[in-house]
Design a protein around this ligand. Structure first.
Ligand SMILES: [Fe+2]
Length: 475
């Protein structure tokens, strides 16, 4: 107790938590650190340490008492095995108006705040700034990031907004919450815990909470055999398209045992996507590019269901959700193809796969310190932590304002499938498998200029019973 009689709660920092585990000769997974920090309970920390079985090297979320995985075992299984949950062709309206952005962002805030509210207890910003009662206590707000910048002293200052008001929050570079604050993006929705300044106009934030995948999340797995092959970025029509690698891939498919092939955007190279693109095209007519792709897919066994979503090189509008490839461009494709929007959520034998081309990865790599095109899997984790596929509005990812923000990641999928960056990366975050297979195009002039080395000719095959991925290299 402090002299005024207020309870002063000790706020656990990451450093202290990790140190306590090290004292007990244990390494600890970052998920456990963030869980203990969120609970802010020193007794919980001691309880975990005392209950870790002898011989454990790394303490994982499985060692947290009372935290048992919540597996969604009773999933409705449709007939046939493929169900398009959202992102069916025609789900998105063709046009939206600028004034629709207000309800769009309100929906984003409401849904992400709801996810956060299951773990934290926020105060409306208006109440915080109007009343003096919060000035002595630790408090939590949930806000959308209006603006974020680094101060001259290297701290992070963020303007947070909820439906009642706005408040700036300062993350001190020497405090535990700073590594999370370093990665703050405009328009993401976060929880910030801290103390108000004396005048009530600034929140000194100590902790940042993201909606994230629940720590208890246990992915659903299929109860019978089934495999899915994941690829993206074919770029048919480009002079750098790797036809021989593609042929090896098509020849392998019948023996792969796969029931599904998912293609996550950039089916063709397109026309006029970047300056002087025509110099790098072998097919300069957009219809012919799709016809050529149809021919390239003719060898895919009829039993394999092919799901095709668009990317930024495709013929549809760039604003996301991108509509499905229009009928007039589908004529040359085999009958086993299904065309969906970008993003689209599928169920394959009950296993949910979220397909998203990944344009937002450009924005995130530009804004997140130490991010790299050679490690796209890290950006998939950033998406999952924010429960949003394209948090940043107004940069390179155009968004279409629909009444429901379809880029919110809800429900949590078993697999997040992206593309766009042409580099392969695989990750697992709290049970969710993230896959970026790469591309079917060798390095373009543009990529050479910006120093991106693609990893072409790879497909990833995932076993739906185990969610284990396997990389197949056809380059
Ligand atoms: Fe691409």
């Amino acid at each position: 107790m402090n002299p005024k009689g207020h309870m002063v709660r000790w706020m656990l920092g990451d450093g202290e938590i990790v140190r306590r585990f090290l004292e007990a000769k244990l390494q600890v997974h970052p998920d456990v650190v963030s869980y203990v920090r969120e609970k802010n309970d020193p007794a919980l920390l001691e309880r975990i340490i005392s209950q870790v079985p002898h011989g454990t090297l790394v303490v994982s979320s499985a060692h947290i008492p009372d935290l048992s995985p919540e597996k969604d075992g009773e999933r409705f299984l449709p007939e046939p095995d493929l169900e398009i949950i959202s992102g069916k062709s025609g789900d998105s309206p063709e046009k939206n108006r600028f004034e629709d952005f207000f309800p769009y962002f309100r929906d984003r805030y409401t849904r992400l705040a709801e996810i956060l509210r299951s773990r934290v207890n926020p105060v409306p910003i208006e109440a915080l700034t109007r009343s003096t009662r919060y000035r002595q206590e630790e408090c939590m707000v949930i806000g959308m990031v209006l603006d974020v910048r680094t101060t001259t002293n290297g701290h992070r200052l963020v303007d947070l907004e909820d439906p009642t008001g706005q408040i700036p929050a300062l993350f001190n570079r020497d405090r535990p919450g700073f590594p999370d604050a370093e990665r703050l993006l405009p328009d993401e929705v976060i929880g910030a815990r801290g103390r108000l300044s004396q005048d009530g106009r600034l929140l000194f934030a100590e902790q940042l909470v993201r909606p994230d995948v629940p720590l208890t999340h246990a992915p659903f797995t299929s109860n019978r055999p089934g495999k899915a092959v994941l690829i993206s970025d074919i770029h048919a029509g480009s002079s750098t398209f790797l036809e021989e690698a593609w042929e090896r891939f098509i020849n392998w498919l019948p023996s792969s045992g796969a029931a599904y092939l998912l293609i996550c955007g950039d089916l063709v190279d397109g026309i006029g996507v970047y300056p002087n693109q025509e110099e790098e095209l072998t097919i300069r007519n957009i219809y012919e590019q799709y016809t050529r792709l149809g021919e390239l897919m003719a060898g895919i066994p009829k039993e394999i269901v092919v799901v095709i979503s668009p990317g930024n090189h495709d013929v549809v509008r760039p604003a996301e959700p991108q509509v499905a490839i229009p009928l007039e461009f589908r004529k040359g494709f085999p009958e086993n193809c299904r065309f969906v929007e970008n993003p689209a959520l599928l169920s394959l034998q009950g296993v949910r796969v979220l397909m998203y081309h990944g344009r937002s990865i450009d924005d995130m790599i530009g804004l997140i310190p130490r991010a790299s095109y050679s490690r796209p899997e890290e950006m998939m984790v950033e998406m999952l932590e924010r429960r949003h596929l394209a948090p940043v509005y107004g940069r390179r990812t155009p968004l279409s304002p629909e009444p429901k923000d379809r880029l919110v990641i809800d429900p949590v999928p078993e697999i997040l499938h992206t593309g766009h960056v042409h580099t392969s990366g695989i990750t697992r975050h709290r049970g969710v498998l993230g896959v970026n297979a790469g591309c079917w195009q060798s390095q373009t002039k543009f990529q050479k200029q910006v120093n991106i080395t693609p990893t072409p000719g790879r497909a990833v095959i995932v076993d739906l019973q185990t969610l284990e991925p396997k990389v197949m290299d056809f380059a």
